[in-house]
Structures are given as structure tokens and as C-alpha cells.
Ligand binder design. Structure first.
Ligand code: ATP
Length: 242
């Protein structure tokens, strides 16, 4: 893992009173503290056996930043590329692929792009990793599909490749994620600025109808940025149901 990106704020200043993040509400600061504490604990426990699952979405972008912050005191881990897995989409957005490429160099990721379905892709990632991967960080939050029974740390379900799943942003809300991304001016995928509130592929994702602006003089409808979504229950309304 390389150093925390130069444009951002280091972990200590992230929670100190004189940083721009001091504009963050006290409840969100508690979230930050909880997540950093969990991340420091898993870095201690798993060390180089820790990997990240990353698809360029806002939640894993926040998670990646928090991991960098948690690694601030770990010279050993920071000096090595972070093993990262991306299960590619059959219909990828160029914007997502470009953002992922930027993150690879910005954060020093050792990215494995797996062109297989999730189970097979994870299995191949684990079997081909030069350093045995024991645990994978996942940016899932309560409110995402199939998340209601998740815990912070747990083994994969039967029938899945065997590793420990770690969920450091499980309790974050949509609003809290955007509050922090914006407060620390963390780069995120540009699609979020055009009304996309959650990212799938070009065949199943559209701008969120809840963010549609009145048509302009030419009758073209544009969309407000994702962080303007007021009803977070509509976060996944940008996914087209098939
Ligand atoms: P958004 O909901 O805005 O797209 P996100 O992609 O970070 O943000 P989800 O799509 O809900 O969140 O996925 C939850 C987490 O699961 C991601 O943060 C990431 O850690 C992991 N994940 C999901 N899809 C993939 C994928 N194709 N490859 C690697 N990791 C993935």
C-alpha cells in the first residue's frame, strides 16, 4: 500500500478539530472513528493477508480512503501494493473503468481484474494471489440488497470461496458517505455528478429519476448529483429492474 493521497487529509487530522473535516457532524465523526478502529484492528490481525474488493463505487471508495488512513502508522503495509479484486462487469461504464485505473495509481493497488462471475472470480483471485489472502474488505452497507444479516466480520457462506469478509462501512448511511466524501474532497467516479446514485453496468443503470431536473430550453433533462438525493430509500432506483 502506498501513502495516503497527497490531496487528502491524514488520519490524525481527519478527526482533529482544525481540519476541514471538522465540518463533519458529530454522529458521522463517530462513524469515522468506529470504522478506523475496526480497520486498525483487522490490519493488526490479518496484516498482508488482507485484500480489498473494489468496483469504483462510492462506498468502496470511502472504504479505501479509510483503509489508507488506518494504515498511516504501518510502514510495512504502506510500502506494499494492496491486493485488490475487481469482478469486471459485462457492460462496463468507461467512467468507472477510468476511475478504477486512476485509483490503482493514486492508492498503489495491485488490482486483479477477474472476468468471471463473482464466485469464480473470487476463487481465481484467491488461488492466484502470490500472498495468501485470508480476509477481504467489502464496502457493503445495511440497506444494500442481502445485507440485513451481515456482521462486521464474518466467514463466507457455505458454497462460497473460503475467506473472512470484513465490512467497515456497514452502518454508514447514504448521507453520511456523501458528507465525508465531499468534506474531504475525495475524488469519486464522475457518474455520481450526473445523477447516478449506485453503479452497475451500462445495461442496467441509469440516472436516478428522483434527481431529474426540469427540462432545459431544448427539452433536455439533466440530473442533479447523487449527493442531492434526499430520500435515501431511492438510492437504488437508478438500477433498471429486468
Ligand atoms: P454504489 O452502491 O454506489 O455502486 P459500491 O459499489 O461501493 O457503491 P455496492 O455496489 O453496493 O457499493 O457494493 C458493495 C461492495 O461490494 C463494494 O463496495 C465492493 O467492496 C464490493 N463489490 C461489489 N461489486 C463488486 C465487483 N464487481 N468487484 C469487486 N467488488 C465488488
Amino acid at each position: 500500500m502506498v501513502s495516503t493521497p497527497a490531496h487528502s487529509y491524514h488520519a490524525r487530522s481527519l478527526l482533529s478539530d482544525d481540519s476541514p473535516s471538522s465540518t463533519i457532524s458529530s454522529s458521522t465523526r463517530s462513524r469515522l472513528e468506529e470504522s478506523l478502529q475496526l480497520l486498525r484492528q483487522v490490519v493488526e490481525t490479518y496484516g498482508e493477508g488482507l485484500a480489498l474488493s473494489f468496483n469504483g463505487g462510492k462506498d468502496c471508495t470511502l472504504l479505501l480512503y479509510l483503509l489508507c488512513a488506518a494504515l498511516e502508522d504501518s510502514e510495512t503495509m504502506r510500502s506494499k501494493p494492496l491486493p485488490t479484486v475487481y469482478i469486471t462487469h459485462n457492460h462496463p461504464f468507461n467512467e468507472v473503468d477510468e476511475f478504477i485505473d486512476q485509483c490503482v495509481s493514486r492508492y498503489g493497488l495491485s488490482l486483479a481484474r477477474e472476468n468471471e462471475p463473482m464466485k469464480e472470480g473470487l476463487s481465481h483471485f484467491l488461488s492466484s494471489s502470490p500472498i495468501p489472502v485470508q480476509a477481504i474488505l467489502v464496502g457493503i452497507r445495511f440497506g444494500d440488497p442481502y445485507s440485513s444479516n451481515l456482521q462486521d466480520i464474518q466467514a463466507t457462506d457455505r458454497g462460497w470461496p473460503v475467506f473472512t469478509r470484513i465490512h467497515p462501512v456497514l452502518r454508514w448511511t447514504h448521507d453520511e458517505v456523501w458528507e465525508v466524501l465531499r468534506a474531504i474532497q475525495l475524488p469519486y467516479c464522475s457518474l455520481y455528478d450526473h445523477g447516478y446514485t449506485s453503479l452497475g453496468g451500462t445495461n442496467d443503470t441509469r440516472p436516478n429519476p428522483a434527481l431529474a431536473l426540469p427540462p432545459n430550453a431544448q427539452g433536455v433533462v439533466e440530473y442533479a448529483p447523487a449527493w442531492k438525493l434526499t430520500d435515501s430509500t431511492k438510492e437504488r432506483d437508478c438500477r433498471v429492474k429486468k
